[in-house]
Design a binder for this molecule. Structure first.
Ligand code: 4AD
Ligand code: MG
Length: 450
């Protein structure tokens, strides 16, 4: 049976606008369940998921049997009336389609990802298909919204988006994580950061950002490290450390609140505790590295867990590891700034703390609920001699940094900036425990495919 009514082509995400109308959806079959003369088919079309209902006496044997037979991920075009049904699952939920016509585009059998539990490595091998699954789909939808919010915020604040090179001749964030590139027989590297170029760009444009892929040959197999990740790096002229923190808390709060507003159903599908995100509003607590170390010592004293005691060992001057950040951030209900790290654990370009050269004007932003560092930033050195001294101390080849030193010779000003890791931010906002699910095709120490 087909209806004589004209149908409009729609995308599922707009289904609420078509209640009472006959529509056509072009998509895929996610699952189907039969209950007597009723067949419930879960349909997805890339923009959402909805329930189609086929009632045997209405659709007739042929359509009913066809739908019943189709395997998961068969592609199909269905038409029918949109009805409100508060119990209908989906994104958006609360609507369903009373199916009256079906066109099978391709019938599929033996789709490898079934509703049973698969191991993550298997699913990662099937990443090209796994992206269709509802949770992965939701994460990517949240990711694009976070990207958009980042760009909107910065553009509205008068930042210029200036691109920085991906192929670079030198290191900026430590030489141990460089990916080498053979550049016409010269040694080059994939960019670890666009920051040094941003610093040149602000002297031309005042406030800039770059936003793109970044590469780190990280040998660590943690839940927080990718070899290729996206980073947004704003840089601001005439900005000191305090100005920077004020800016960062506005920025991160905007991104979180905008994502909550636009992607509630996706976050709900992921089982995210939304109240934890609603808390993300300025001001964020600010603690010094010195205080952070004291707090970690106190947590260590207080715990009866010998393993945790071991993991939380730290002395002044050490960098924080994941366990330190995790335990520290559990003490706060929103992101927390830790500023003034020891110079020895940070990159060469950070402004020394006045009167305390062993400390630098760095600030990391640690996300709550154990997510840890999502932003690294600092006030930058503005004196050319101090900078040259730091470059030499780090045993970096000065000839590669002469242009960077120039910036301190021709109208040097106090300036600051930071980098926010997109994937870590997505993991935190989505509430998922491993960064690999936040990248469509993650690159890690042991994964280059698909
Ligand atoms: O702290 P990082 O290394 O800082 C910089 O690269 C500065 N040049 C940024 C700047 O000031 N313009 O990295 C910044 C952020 C981290 O806080 C983290 O969120 C992310 O980038 N990040 C990674 N994300 C995933 N995998 C990795 N291997 C990452 N390394 C850093
Ligand atoms: Mg860092």
């Amino acid at each position: 049976m087909t209806s004589d009514l004209q149908a409009v082509d729609i995308r599922i995400e707009n289904i609420a606008d078509y209640e009472g109308q006959r529509v056509t959806i072009k998509g895929w079959l996610y699952a189907s369940t039969r209950k007597g003369k009723l067949l419930f088919v879960r349909l997805r079309d890339g923009s959402g998921m909805t329930q189609g209902v086929a009632f045997l006496p209405e659709v007739g044997e042929e359509i009913f049997e066809t739908l019943k037979r189709l395997g998961q991920e068969s592609s199909l075009i269905v038409s029918g009336m949109v009805r409100a049904n508060p119990r209908a699952p989906g994104v958006p939920k609360g609507f369903e389609i009373g199916i009256d016509a079906v066109e099978v585009v391709q019938e599929t059998a033996d789709y490898p990802i079934t509703p049973k539990d698969h191991g993550v490595e298997f699913l990662m091998d099937q990443r090209h298909l796994w992206l269709r699954s509802s949770q992965q789909w939701a994460i990517m939808r949240v990711r694009t919204t976070i990207k958009r919010a980042i760009i909107d915020f910065l553009d509205n604040q008068g930042f210029l988006n200036i691109d920085t090179p991906i192929i670079t001749p030198s290191a900026a964030e430590g030489t141990s994580t460089l990916f080498p590139v053979n550049y016409f027989d010269e040694q080059a590297y994939l960019a670890q950061t666009g920051q040094l170029y941003n610093e040149a760009n602000i002297m031309a444009f005042g406030k800039v950002y770059c936003f793109g892929p970044t590469f780190r040959a990280e040998k660590s197999k943690t839940r927080r490290h990718l070899a290729e990740f996206w980073m947004v790096e704003p840089e601001i002229a005439y900005c000191d450390l305090d100005d920077l923190m004020e800016f960062e808390e506005q920025f991160v709060s905007y991104v979180v609140q905008t994502t909550l507003e636009k992607r509630g159903p996706e976050l709900e599908l992921l089982g995210r505790d939304l109240t934890a995100l609603e808390n993300v509003k300025p001001p964020f607590p600010r603690i010094s590295y010195d205080e952070a170390v004291e707090r970690i010592h106190a947590i260590r004293e207080a715990t009866n867990d010998p393993e945790l005691k071991e993991l939380l060992q730290i002395e002044w001057g050490d960098d924080f590891g994941s366990p330190h950040e995790t335990e520290l951030t559990k003490q706060f209900d929103r992101p927390v700034f830790v500023y003034g790290y020891p110079t020895q654990v940070k990159a060469f370009y950070m402004e020394p703390w006045p009167g305390r050269p062993e400390v630098c004007k760095s600030v990391d932003l640690l996300a709550p609920e154990g997510y840890g560092e999502i932003i690294g930033g600092s006030e930058r050195m503005s004196d050319p001699d101090v900078l040259v001294e730091a470059i030499n101390r780090h045993e970096l080849p000065l000839e590669h940094y002469e242009w960077y030193v120039d910036l301190r010779k021709f109208g040097s000003v106090p300036h600051s900036g930071f980098g926010l890791g997109l994937e870590r931010t997505v993991a935190w906002i989505c509430g998922i425990d491993h960064i690999r699910q936040t990248s469509p095709y993650p690159r890690t120490l042991n994964r280059l495919r698909p």
